[in-house]
Design a protein around this ligand. Structure first.
Ligand code: HEM
Length: 373
């Protein structure tokens, strides 16, 4: 019997077992189906008419209202489409990359004299936060205000997931975020990506909150996992140090090996049978991205971290289909700039103690203690 503890600590052996026996398995402890095969994960994520995010059980929508994250079909496209242009490669390169580089350099400048740091709290977290705050570009709002609202909203979503009502702090944070979004939209000098978005103001506020949900913890975890994977695989680290053109593939391999968002949830809109599993209308269907990313039918020796892996890039860390991660390009740019700076500026960067990623949905090392010379 699969337990929550197993899935939280080290899910990979469990996922491998499930995939081999029943790639769409009913997992009582999740009160839902778990999809662990690569092709089946693709099928579920592409078929939003059968497997939707639009369900009252989806806790984020209870806290921030309907957004691209919680809608499907034409109304999803209406919410998502206006946000697509700023996240395309050219704007990411021209508008955000310089900010990422400056922010990264500032964080490393502050750490450098110390010789040791906890890179999640002191580097990856603040970097991810500052980039989302910069992208939102709310008039008169700094990153620490964004962090406070974000923490209150996450706590409120967690409360709803646990069956309680949204928290008053979450409601207050959402109100404040809303006021600042309204002020920013009315500010003719603002270069926020929210200005010019052709949606109702409440819809813009909900999607602004979703950019925070999408881009802060996930990117922090993505960078922490990347640093951890390279520092705990000396051959891989040496290969990337010797040939920096390997870094983009090392980033893809890290996303494959331990995707920061390891599952995405869907709800069946009708009775449907896939891979022999009789899924009933309304059932929760959880797609294990972590499981799909180690499917031996697609990735040879899937439990090996291999920065030379030729097809690392077909990993599903950013999902697929209509909800494919809007910030994938930006997140990749952040990881590349961050890792390059760490390698360049912290000689003999190494782990100060062994750590491993954990978490049921979001996976990352609890801390990332490192030293350098
Ligand atoms: C700057 C960073 C990021 C931003 C702004 C961002 C934003 C978003 C947004 C707005 C969505 C919802 C798209 C939709 O529903 O149509 C999304 C989806 C998603 N993002 Fe990101 N994201 C970022 C980084 C990441 C990272 C680092 C990961 C994991 C490695 C990630 C994984 C995902 C996944 C798996 C989904 C799909 C959710 C689902 O299908 O239910 N994102 N992202």
């Amino acid at each position: 019997m699969t337990t929550l503890d197993e899935l939280t600590a080290d899910p990979h052996p469990v996922l491998a077992r499930l995939r081999a026996a029943t790639p769409v398995a009913w997992v009582p402890v999740l009160d839902g189906w778990l999809v662990t095969g690569y092709g089946l994960a693709q099928q579920v994520m592409r078929d939003a008419a059968t497997f939707t995010v639009d369900d009252p059980r989806f806790s984020t929508a209870t806290v921030v209202g309907p957004s691209m994250l919680s809608l499907d079909g034409a109304v999803h496209a209406r919410h998502r489409d206006p946000f697509v242009p700023p996240f395309r490669p050219a704007p990411v390169r021209d508008r955000y990359a310089a900010f990422v580089a400056k922010s990264t350099a500032g964080l490393i400048d502050a750490l450098l004299p110390r010789g040791a740091a906890e890179l999640r709290a002191d580097f990856a977290g603040p970097l991810a936060l500052s980039v989302v705050a910069d992208a939102l570009g709310l008039t008169g709002v700094d990153a620490s205000a964004v962090r406070t609202w974000y923490a209150a909203l996450v706590a409120s979503v967690s409360a709803v997931t646990a069956g309680s009502p949204p928290t008053p702090e979450g409601a207050a944070a959402f109100r404040e975020l809303g006021e600042h979004v309204h002020r920013t939209i009315a500010d003719p000098s603002s270069d926020s990506l929210l200005t010019g978005i052709d949606l109702e103001q409440d819809e813009i506020v909900a999607n602004a909150a979703v950019l925070m949900f999408g881009g802060i913890d996930t990117t922090e975890s993505m960078i922490a996992n990347l640093v951890l994977h390279l520092l705990s695989h000396p051959d891989a680290l040496a290969a990337v140090r010797a040939d920096r053109t390997l870094l983009p593939n090392a980033i893809e391999e890290s996303l494959r090996f331990e995707p920061a968002a390891s599952v995405v949830d869907r709800y069946a809109t009708r009775d449907v049978t896939i891979a022999g599993a009789d899924i009933a209308r309304g059932d929760l269907v959880r797609v294990s991205i972590a499981g799909a990313n180690r499917d031996p039918a697609v990735f040879a020796a899937p439990d090996t971290f291999d920065v030379h892996r030729p097809n690392a890039r077909v990993n599903l860390a950013f999902a697929l289909g209509p909800h494919f991660c809007l910030g994938a390009r930006l997140a990749r740019v952040e990881a590349e700039i961050a890792m390059t700076a760490l390698l360049d500026r912290m000689p003999r960067l190494r782990l100060a103690e062994p750590v491993t990623p954990s978490g049921l949905v979001f996976r990352k090392p609890p801390t990332l203690p490192v030293r350098w010379d």
